[in-house]
Design a protein around this ligand. Structure first.
Ligand code: GLU
Length: 337
């Protein structure tokens, strides 16, 4: 699987700043491998920029390697041009990465392969339920932090194959992973011990035949040799699902560190409605990259408010223990004076 990466001419072979960074931030001799995994669904804002800065600091402070992949398989949410803009924003901030940029939409056969293995091993079943049907049949209400109601198992054991499901219903089926355990407990590097509750069978291949996020992220984190995933804690509920996939595929999972979210005034994940906190906007208003990095460093508990600095200036004092324990506000940044 590791050789499945393909070079995308659009994004360039390697980050041009990598060579300089290798000299500046250590020799990449440790076994630590982290990653940046942006979804090109919109402009990079202070929330996702802080998460990426933390992932960068985690890797560079350990002399580790940092991979980058574009998670562009979430069809309708993907915006044209957003991937290239994200890379440019990351470079503007002064963040670098190692090696080729992986692009998920170019790796579809690799995900199909993993799906075939899971199917052959009896972990998957075809599901023709629509979202509306699942909503009607679901016994439990869905929480605010998850991706829908608990699947009630309607199609479990119903069809022997995708073709049979198609023939019987005239619908294009998805493939669901049949959850065997109630929970897969794990210890998160930031959030501590987690019960790891598995909320129902989940989709690994969508009706259009494309991979679901849960499947693609596991296949790629493994294929890129990731040893630690650093991401925002809105993905904490996804982790037990990913652990179930690692187990079913016979793969060793990475360690996980879910950092508290950057939120708006309503306590929800920072978004457009909280005002334009995109790096594009700040930059267009004349805010320097160093001011943004310093602000992100302050949001991470590393430097006093009002600091201007380079990402590398944050390395000496970096520790996840310094992160504020709860969510931090991203909309009251004061960077525009
Ligand atoms: N691509 C996802 C996002 O930008 C992150 C997925 C992950 O870190 O596992 O929200």
């Amino acid at each position: 699987m590791g050789s499945g990466a393909r070079h995308d001419a659009k994004f360039g072979m390697t980050n041009p700043t990598s060579a300089g960074a290798a000299a500046g931030h250590g020799a990449r001799t440790s076994g630590y491998v982290g990653r940046l995994a942006p979804s090109p669904t919109g402009a990079l804002h202070l929330g996702n920029a802080r998460t990426f800065l933390l992932a960068w600091l985690a890797a560079r402070s350990r002399g580790g390697t940092l991979r980058l992949r574009i998670e562009d398989i979430d069809g309708p949410r993907i915006q044209a041009g957003a991937a290239a803009a994200t890379l440019e924003d990351l470079r503007w901030l002064g963040l670098d990465w190692d090696g080729e940029v992986w692009v998920q939409s170019q790796r579809l056969p690799v995900y199909a392969d993993a799906v075939a293995r899971l199917f052959a091993a009896g972990h998957l079943y075809p599901c023709v339920c629509t979202r509306a049907e699942i909503d009607r049949a679901a016994s439990a209400p869905h929480g605010p932090d998850d991706d829908g109601p608990v699947y009630p198992g309607t199609c479990r054991g119903r069809f022997p194959s995708l073709a049979a499901a198609r023939a019987a219903t005239g619908r294009e089926p998805a493939l669901r992973f049949g959850v065997a355990a109630a929970a897969l407990p794990f210890v998160d590097g930031c959030a501590g011990p987690q019960a790891g509750i598995l909320r129902g069978d989940f989709v690994v291949q969508k009706r259009d035949g494309g991979p679901a996020y849960q499947l693609a992220v596991v296949v790629d984190d493994h294929a890129q040799g990731i040893t630690e995933v650093v991401r925002a804690d809105d993905l904490l509920p996804s982790t037990p699902r990913q652990l179930a996939l690692y187990r079913a595929l016979g793969l060793q999972p990475p360690a996980f560190r879910h950092v508290p979210l950057v939120v708006g005034g309503d306590g929800l994940r920072l978004a457009k409605r909280h005002g334009d906190t995109s790096l594009r906007h700040l930059r267009a208003q004349g805010v320097a990259a160093a001011a943004v990095v310093g602000h992100l460093g302050w949001l991470a508990g590393l430097v006093p408010r009002g600091t201007s600095c380079l990402p590398a200036d944050l390395l000496p004092g970096f520790a996840f223990e310094r992160l504020p324990a709860g969510p931090v506000r991203g909309d009251e940044h004061g960077l525009l004076g």
